[in-house]
Design a protein around this ligand. Structure first.
Ligand SMILES: *Cc1c(COP(=O)(O)O)cnc(C)c1O
Length: 630
């Protein structure tokens, strides 16, 4: 058979970049990862060249790359989807979205979203006092909304109402009945008419990892009874006109469009009944939950979704119109609070692979001299006679023989040389068995062998901390797409998992996207000597930055914001240096100056040269980043 060369098309299929990349990422003819920040292949930049350029400027990996044009594109995609749906269904209301600041509070990210959203009257949603301050300080369109969700104390409410008095479009969503008297008290004191929303606790639940955000047991929202009570309380004070919004949120990353439709039906009925009770609701707020297809499978799997942004907009618009028509009430203006779908795509994390841990002796094999102890001869026999017909029993033999070998070693009967030979022989059996299992593509692989290939995988060490960079992979098994940044014309020869550089055995990536399943390994290239090997994790722009932890005192990586120009060129818009050793020490309350010891003049004994050298080195190292300098 002629040898078929590995092409960039093969690489695209292998890593699924066309499926999950949403036309933002691809591979160029050099075999490098490419970015198309406007989903148009004519505006592109070579990510490998970006990384090399940044490294030349002294920015070490790991690198957080942000593409502000992708943020802009996401804002447009979302708003245009609703515009189109409104036109298509001749809907009698408008769409006005808000970006929930909690998804990514980074100043440049919020600013870019605000700028891109200005023409759509796109607003912001805040869930805490600092987030509200971010929203109040942003240059929003005068008609854009600022929504206050989440639990609120009197100060939060005062902040919102003072801003309302100053003429800002700040709306307070009542999440809990106890907030209502506080709102009324502060509003009376400030002589301001509040803008209020009611968050309904729907019976309809989301699907996926966040399904407990709704339903009877949910943490947020008002029950039907409480909504009626709120109406009564406000009615008594002739304040029904203040209630302008009905809100619901059934959880993040809704994987199944049917759940959205069901929630829309329920919420629109509540809206209609309230309107008929004389409440002049203007907005129906459908919350967040618009998903991101992290694995590209278009399924209801937790890291995927079975609908597009356009279908989402159409279902929201159509369902609202349908039920309002049935109920004969005016159609509300639609609000939504999509965070993940707006922010996820813009951020790519580039990690350099610093080596391979060989846990399975891949480079070794044993030739017996004939003088070895019996147990090694038996292991060699197993290795040489393992075949398709007997692999199961032979594997059991190998395990027994390895255990025997270790017992003999522990009793003092074997030397280190023999033990080492025994270990190599055992892994030779495992590798041979793995080849048989793969070749045969057996209909049924007994459970005991299912983990075999995982334990034989090549373990690459990435210069990053998963706790800092992809906390949701560690915490809730969320999958993020991953692929090399270069060498994409070369066939990958490794079947790998990643370890990070924290001293934590959980610091690893061993679950990868797959169209049908979850892969336990990913095909990657063997790192070459004296040449960096870069691998990227994608779709990391939503929630990861702020959830990131400082385990082992690894801090925020270096960050660069890249604008892609015509002519396949790019411009660095911002560089944000990562956290330094100093920064990390201060987060745990150390004063790095004191750690360096008392200054020369204050010391009893005269300092010696060794002391001085140590101080000098600490002095420069403090200002450097926390990752390995490779
Ligand atoms: C978190 C949250 C959102 C954002 O959800 P996404 O799934 O990221 O779109 C919207 N609204 C509320 C009330 C939230 O708590």
């Amino acid at each position: 058979m002629p040898i078929k060369h590995f092409t960039i098309q093969d690489a695209a299929t292998l890593y699924g970049v066309k499926e999950w990349g949403n036309q933002y990422f691809g591979i160029n003819s050099k075999g490098h990862l490419e970015v198309y920040p406007t989903q148009d292949e004519n505006l592109c930049a070579d990510v490998f060249e970006i990384v090399q350029h940044l490294r030349k400027k002294g920015l070490r990996t790991p690198l957080n790359l942000r593409f502000p044009q992708i943020l802009q594109d996401r804002v447009e995609v979302l708003n245009e989807a609703f515009r189109k749906a409104i036109r298509q269904y001749e809907y009698d209301g408008s769409y006005q979205g808000v970006f929930p600041v909690k998804t990514n509070q980074t100043k440049e990210v919020v600013e870019e979203i605000v700028r891109a959203g200005h023409k759509y009257r796109y607003g912001l949603e805040a869930g805490s006092k600092p987030e509200l301050m971010i929203a109040l300080g942003s240059e929003l369109h005068p008609e854009a909304m600022i929504l206050c969700n989440g639990y609120k104390d009197e100060a939060f409410i005062r902040l919102a109402l003072l801003a309302r008095r100053a003429g800002r479009n700040v709306l307070i969503t009542v999440e809990k009945m106890t907030e209502l008297p506080l709102i009324l008290k502060v509003a009376k004191e400030l002589k301001v008419e509040p803008l209020l929303g009611l968050r309904a606790k729907l019976a309809s639940m989301g699907a996926g990892k966040w399904e407990e955000s709704a339903g009877d047991q949910a943490k947020f929202g008002l029950t039907t009874r409480e909504i009626l009570e709120a109406v009564e309380v406000l009615g008594k004070r002739s304040m029904l006109d203040s209630i302008i919004e009905l809100h619901f949120h059934i959880g993040s990353q809704i994987t199944d469009i049917r759940k959205i439709k069901a929630a829309m039906k329920e919420a629109t009925r509540i809206y209609a009944k309230l309107v008929k009770m004389g409440i002049p609701l203007r907005y129906l707020n459908v919350g967040g939950g618009l998903g991101v297809d992290y694995d590209g499978s278009r399924t209801t799997f937790a890291s995927s979704m079975n609908y597009t942004v356009q279908e989402y907009a159409e279902d929201v618009v159509y369902t609202t119109k349908d039920i309002c028509t049935q109920e004969q009430v005016p159609m509300p203006d639609l609000l939504s609070e999509s965070g993940r779908a707006v922010a996820a795509y813009h951020q790519v994390v580039v990690v350099d692979v610093i080596g391979l841990i060989d846990t399975t002796y891949t480079k070794y094999s044993v030739e017996l001299t004939g003088k070895e102890p019996q147990v090694l001869k038996e292991l060699a026999y197993t290795r040489d006679n393992l075949s398709v017909k007997n692999f199961s029993e032979m594997y059991h033999d190998a395990i027994t023989q390895r255990d025997e070998m270790l017992t003999l070693f522990n009793l003092g009967y074997l030397g280190l040389e023999d033990r080492s030979k025994g270990e190599i022989l055992f892994y030779e059996v495992c590798r041979k068995l793995d080849r048989i299992l793969r070749m045969k593509s057996l209909k049924y692989i007994p459970e005991e062998f299912q983990d075999l290939s995982k334990s034989l995988s090549d373990k690459l060490i990435g210069n990053f901390s998963i706790f800092q960079t992809l906390p949701d992979h560690w915490a809730i098994d969320q999958l993020f797409p991953c692929m090399p940044v270069h060498r994409l014309k070369e066939k990958p020869t490794l079947s790998a998992t990643f370890c990070d550089i924290t001293c934590d055995s959980d610091g690893k990536v061993d679950k990868f996207i797959d169209l049908k399943d979850v892969r336990t390994e990913i095909p990657l290239h063997e790192p070459r000597k004296d040449e960096p090997y870069y691998v990227a994790f994608f779709l990391a722009g939503a929630y990861q930055d702020i959830l990131g932890m400082r385990h082992n005192l690894f801090g925020a990586p270096n960050e660069a914001h890249i604008v892609v120009n015509d002519d396949e060129d790019f411009r660095i818009q911002h560089i944000i240096p990562g956290e330094t050793v100093d920064d990390m020490l201060r987060t745990v309350h150390y004063d790095p100056d004191l750690l360096m010891g008392p200054p020369m003049t204050k010391r009893k004994n005269r300092a010696n040269d060794a002391d001085e050298a140590l101080r000098a080195f600490m002095g420069t190292e403090r200002r450097r980043h926390t990752y390995l300098d490779m």
